[in-house]
Design a binder for this molecule. Sequence first.
Ligand SMILES: *[C@@H]1O[C@H](CO)[C@@H](O)[C@H](O)[C@H]1NC(C)=O
Ligand SMILES: *[C@@H]1O[C@H](CO)[C@@H](O)[C@H](O)[C@H]1NC(C)=O
Length: 336
Amino acid sequence: MMLLEVRALALLLYVAESLSAQGKETKLDDTLLFVGIISGRGYRHRRLAVRDAWATRCQVPGVSVCRFILADDEVTELVEEEMQEHQDIVLVHGETTYKSILLKTLFVFEYAVRHYDARFILKTDDDAFVHTRAMIQQLRLLCESPDCRRERLYMGKQCRRGDVIVTPGHRWNNEEYYNHTGLKTYANYMFGGGYILSADVAQALVHIQSKVSLKFTPIEDATIGFWVMGMDLRQIDHPKMNSNFWPCCFKALERRPGHKQVMGFQLDEETEADICSDDPWIILHKLDSPSKMRYVGARVAACRANATATAHVVPASIAPWVAKIGNPGASGVDAS
Ligand SMILES: *[C@@H]1O[C@H](CO)[C@@H](O)[C@H](O)[C@H]1NC(C)=O
Ligand SMILES: *[C@@H]1O[C@H](CO)[C@@H](O)[C@H](O)[C@H]1NC(C)=O
């Protein structure tokens, strides 16, 4: 607990430092979407697969930028080489523990709002596939303010009325939350595999953190829900932002009788039907191997022929929210 607060403070000092170094005149790079991918020291193989599958394609100036988030105590020689080579890793100051996921997440928001003029910020993990092209199209359709600057958006796969676990030793024990709030049920929150805050919300959190400190508790995604609970946000429970607790999207591997070698990957029926549609999954979480990650990336890349044809179709997944607001902001940010 103490340690966490010390870390939060260190982060704060670091941010204050970089702010004053930056100066007020710096013009920040415009981007519709900033993606922070939480990763760690031992996960180079995942990052390589994520780059191949989607993160390299995500680096489109003026539209989207993707960065992996590591802690500075995770920098080995190998990580340093990787940073030089790919220029897509940013470091948060602090020691690495299970709880540091929340610290890295807050850092995503801070980094995004200090370095980019971003409209939306996605927090995701290095075992998630993000369909950035479809996500960006949908975000444009969801904008209700000119230039997408005042969206009050919190979007993901929603956990409603989740139980606060106080069993000692349980993986998701959050007695700290219970002690702090007196609540046995979480405020509704978006599952951690991938969720989006609009920049106005991220800025508000960064501001609060700099003034009075946000309360840290051990469960990252539930804590974000708790942090924004008092804000009047558009909370969108997106049916195509998958955040699974089990390995995603594939049929069990089959072996030919008498052969050791497995046959090629096969997506499960639901994912297969969805993958090239004009309302695809925009997050697929818990891809449990780099080869599966690359497979999904290659499959999605191969359906790009449809991209322009469907750019102005409102996918059923977000139709209720687009219809309600009349979409005045959809043309506010230039197309790629
Ligand atoms: C919660 O409160 C109980 C009772 O005061 C205390 O024994 C316990 O250490 C607290 N747990 C945490 C994680 O703060
Ligand atoms: C194009 O979209 C249709 C309908 O959404 C889908 O069935 C088809 O597989 C797609 N084609 C390609 C090449 O992605």
